[in-house]
Design a protein around this ligand. Structure first.
Ligand code: SF4
Length: 509
């Protein structure tokens, strides 16, 4: 039963939600350890990737149990529940819905009974060929004893995938996965299990991150390396695009179900991943500092103080201050806990907007010309309210600097930005956005500047929400619905390697 909630988010303004990642996944194979509790703490570290539901499946080798509910990890599980989740394998999941409604039936891990006991699966990402997969599933409708489409109690792409794995007549889950995974399109990082084996697989483009870690007596797989740290696992390596890892009493094996064609999500570096997570051997914090330095070079400002919009704007603001020589200060204090509640806000409380989350430090702000650094602008409502609040607190000037390029295109690979029509950068010039926000100047980091800050070559990244070049074929409905213009996918255009950085897009009044 979904709980009514207006503030189940750590967004600054719950009615102007920022980009939402779809999910975090966690898997652990560790006989003799408290795998349910390890999964719980792993999910805690991945809470930022999905805040609408949480779940853990465990198996003791004979019996599988799944516990999931709507809410944050800390709200779904208590000591009594965790104590009952015992076994040697666990799969955990935190979810934010993009495909399928935010209801209990769509919470993960998904579960399907099988002849061998059961299958539990957690998925991060978004499949783009669900119509084709549903049609494939329908081919099994006539086969007796397979759970066909009409018996699915969930509307999500993950439910279709789970049903396909179970419906496949292969003798083992591994064989079924080797038949099903190559036919999936879109973004998928999977942690799934039967009663004896933990599996982890990553789509051929490796759009979302997935890593492998080692415990003293077992293995861990997780969306981000920060989730390995919290359970005391050492980082082994990233799971490769197109690779599936199989872990059971016979040890760990790696198989390849598709050739790798890496296109990692650029937005993970800007916003989604935790700063203490490492991608391709480098911390996300280091990348964000570099983006701030690049932003300062591309879009300087005459100002007295650099302040971040906490917390995701903080590393880039530090980098901006370092490069520009303008002092860094905390001009806004974030109340981190007020949003983590199920209380339905009254109209009076709603009108408080971001004041529920951010409080300006008047003595820091008053009379100062501010550079305000944020990670992205989606609809712009939050930044508009923020600028008004800073002016009311006495700011002499407000120069907004954004550590990503304008988001002009929707994401079909697991990040929910808003519909294309809602994106403020869709159809407005930078100066029109500046006017709409009420800033003295506005600048975004350039796409090439951002790409360079990641140290990854452009051809190994997905940058579609910024440039509209989609590396994986899109669902027909998206193209037919006018969500995206007719244009080549990345495979059809020449990559611009070594292109000099473009100047940042800037507007000032
Ligand atoms: S479209 Fe944007 S958010 Fe989506 S995967 Fe590509 S870079 Fe990431």
């Amino acid at each position: 039963m979904p709980r009514p909630d207006g503030l189940l988010t750590d967004e600054l303004d719950p009615h102007d939600r920022g980009p939402q990642d779809e999910c975090g996944v966690f898997g652990v194979w560790a006989p003799g350890e408290e795998v349910g509790k390890l999964a719980y703490f792993g999910l805690y570290a991945l809470q930022h990737r999905g805040q609408e539901s949480a779940g853990i499946a465990v198996s003791d080798g004979r019996r599988m149990m799944v516990f999931k509910d709507m809410g944050l990890v800390s709200q779904v599980f208590d000591e009594a529940t965790l104590s009952s989740l015992t076994g040697q394998i666990a799969v955990g999941h935190t979810r934010y819905s993009t495909t399928g409604a935010s209801v209990w039936d769509n919470a993960q891990p998904t579960f399907r009974p099988t002849d061998a006991g059961g299958l539990a699966l957690g998925h991060n990402g978004n499949l783009t060929n669900t119509d084709e997969l549903e049609a494939w599933l329908e081919e099994y409708d006539d086969a007796p004893a397979v759970p066909h489409k009409t018996r699915m109690d969930s509307t999500s792409d993950t439910a279709i995938l789970t049903a396909l794995l179970v419906a496949d007549p292969a003798e083992s889950l591994e064989q079924a996965a080797m038949r099903v995974l190559p036919r999936l399109r879109g973004a998928f990082c999977l942690c799934f299990m039967d009663n004896s084996t933990l599996y982890a697989a990553r789509d051929p483009q490796g759009i979302r991150p997935l890593v492998l870690g080692r415990l003293a007596r077992g293995w861990v797989t997780a969306s981000e390396s920060a989730a390995l740290d919290i359970v005391g696992a050492s980082f082994v390596r990233e799971i490769e695009p197109g690779e599936m890892i199989i872990i059971n009493a016979d040890g760990l094996r790696s198989v390849r179900f598709a050739d790798a064609n890496p296109k990692g999500c650029l937005f993970e570096y800007v916003y989604v991943a935790r700063p203490d997570t490492a991608i391709a051997g480098r911390s996300v914090q280091a990348t964000r500092l570099q983006i701030g330095r690049t932003l300062a070079r591309e879009a300087p400002a005459e100002a007295d103080l650099v302040i971040p919009v906490p917390e995701s704007g903080t590393p880039a603001a530090i980098g901006y201050a370092e490069e520009s020589g303008i002092p860094f200060g905390m001009g806004l204090v974030k109340n981190s806990y007020v949003g983590r509640t199920f209380i339905q806000p009254s109209q009076t409380i709603r009108q408080l907007g971001i004041r529920l989350k951010l409080n300006p430090l008047r003595e820091v702000i008053e009379g100062r010309r501010l550079v305000v650094v944020d990670d992205s602008i989606v609809r712009g409502n939050t930044q508009r309210a923020l600028i008004r609040m800073l002016r009311e607190a006495g700011a002499a000037e407000v120069h907004v600097r954004i550590s990503s390029p304008p988001v002009r295109w929707p994401c079909f690979y697991g990040i929910d930005f808003a519909s294309r029509a809602e994106l403020i950068a869709n159809g407005l010039t930078i100066d029109e956005i500046r006017t709409s926000l009420g800033a003295d100047s506005l600048a975004y980091v350039s796409l090439d500047g951002l790409t360079e800050a990641t140290t990854m070559p452009a051809e190994r990244l997905c940058r579609a929400c910024f440039d509209g070049v989609y590396p994986i074929e899109l669902p027909l409905a998206a193209r037919a619905g006018g969500q995206v213009a007719e244009q080549p996918t990345l495979d059809e255009v020449e990559p611009e390697v070594d292109a000099p950085p473009l100047p940042a897009e800037t507007a000032a009044r």
